[in-house]
Every structure is written in structure tokens, then in C-alpha cells.
Design a protein around this ligand. Structure first.
Ligand SMILES: CC(C)(COP(=O)(O)OP(=O)(O)OC[C@H]1O[C@@H](n2cnc3c(N)ncnc32)[C@H](O)[C@@H]1OP(=O)(O)O)[C@@H](O)C(=O)NCCC(=O)NCCS
Length: 165
């Protein structure tokens, strides 16, 4: 459906203090283990914390709130390494390339800050995200058993991936 809306573009900006509530709601719509507003505030206040938030443009005529956040990425930059901590796109805005934009922008921003590589963890039962990362140059370098907890109480392993910046 989203592709049929002929999206003009996305605005991608740094997360601001007033975005935290909306960001927490978006995170909850994307993950079984949501991060609270204070978790997000704490993460972004850490040295090297970087949050990007995407808002769609061009939906006004269809009656949507044009400032609605539709995607985010959260990274941490530590000296010459960086980590993509979380990324998510609103369920009704997936498969139009938004996460691709967010990953590329995150990589660019971390490289500009001095990072030479980026790491991330992805659940082994999330082939969509794995395909996205693979396409953006990330390669599997390890596996962490029981890394994620699911609602049912099950634990799921994560793949650790790495990309050169
Ligand atoms: C994973 C996620 C961020 C992808 O966001 P998105 O904006 O839909 O991704 P893009 O449109 O940029 O997709 C780029 C490519 O990634 C792959 N991909 C993304 N989602 C996919 C899916 N559900 N199934 C298969 N491939 C998928 C495809 O190769 C896609 O290219 P294509 O659409 O031309 O086939 C989104 O589905 C999401 O928020 N999921 C819930 C949270 C999550 O799992 N985050 C990642 C945690 S590691």
C-alpha cells in the first residue's frame, strides 16, 4: 500500500528532546522489547549517542499528519568504531526504502565522526532485516545465543554483523 502513495521524500533529522515520546511509541510499534522514553533519553545522552528520526513528506493531501515520525535509527560512536543499536520503520511505511535511507545516513554520520566500521546485532528469525543489512554491506562475524527475549518467553540468538565505513 505505502508504495502506491508515491511518497515524495522523507525528512531525516537528529532526534530532538521533543521527539522522545513519539520515538518511544514508534519503537513499541516495531519491537517486542520496547525502549521507554527514559531509556531513549539516557542512550542519546551518552557520549557518541546519535539518533535519527524520519518523517514523511507529501502525505498531506491524503489526510495524514505530515510530521508523523515513520522511522528511526539509533547509533553509538566510540572512537573509530560504531554500532547500530536499533532501527525501525512504522508498519504501514515498510518496503519503500526508508530503512535503507536510515542505515546509509547512519553510516555516513558515523564515518564523518571518525568511525571506520559499524557493528550490529540482528535476530536469527529476522530475515528481512538480515537482507537489508547484507545489501548495505554488512557481513556476519559471529553469533550470540539467547540474545533476544520474545513475548512468549523464548530466547532467540542474534547474528553479529560488521560493515566497513
Ligand atoms: C527491518 C525494517 C527496519 C526494514 O525497514 P524497511 O523500511 O521496510 O526496509 P527497506 O524498504 O529499506 O528494505 C530494503 C531491503 O531490505 C530487505 N527487506 C526489508 N524488509 C524485508 C522483509 N520484511 N522481508 C524480506 N526482505 C526485506 C529487502 O531486500 C528490501 O529491498 P526490496 O524492498 O527492494 O526487496 C522494518 O521491517 C522494521 O522496522 N521491522 C521491525 C523492527 C526490526 O526488525 N528492526 C531491525 C532489528 S535488527
Amino acid at each position: 500500500m505505502a508504495a502506491e502513495l508515491e511518497l515524495a521524500a522523507f525528512d531525516i533529522q537528529n532526534v530532538g528532546a521533543f521527539d522522545l515520546g513519539r520515538l518511544a511509541r514508534l519503537h513499541r510499534a516495531c519491537f517486542e522489547e520496547p525502549w521507554s522514553k527514559s531509556d531513549l533519553a539516557h542512550l542519546l545522552a551518552l557520549p557518541g549517542g546519535l539518533g535519527l528520526i524520519a518523517r514523511s513528506r507529501g502525505l498531506r493531501r491524503l489526510g495524514f499528519d505530515t510530521r508523523r515520525p515513520v522511522g528511526f535509527s539509533l547509533c553509538r560512536l566510540t572512537r573509530d568504531e560504531s554500532e547500530l543499536l536499533s532501527i525501525g520503520v512504522a508498519p504501514d511505511m515498510r518496503r519503500v526504502g526508508l530503512a535503507t535511507h536510515l542505515v546509509r545516513q547512519s553510516m555516513r554520520r558515523c564515518r564523518a565522526g571518525g568511525a571506520r566500521c559499524m557493528f550490529l546485532e540482528v535476530a536469527i528469525d529476522n530475515p528481512g532485516a538480515q537482507a537489508l543489512y547484507d545489501r548495505e554491506g554488512f557481513r556476519e562475524i559471529g553469533r550470540r545465543e539467547g540474545y533476544y527475549r520474545r513475548n512468549a518467553g523464548d530466547r532467540v540468538a542474534a547474528l553479529t554483523m560488521r560493515a566497513e565505513l
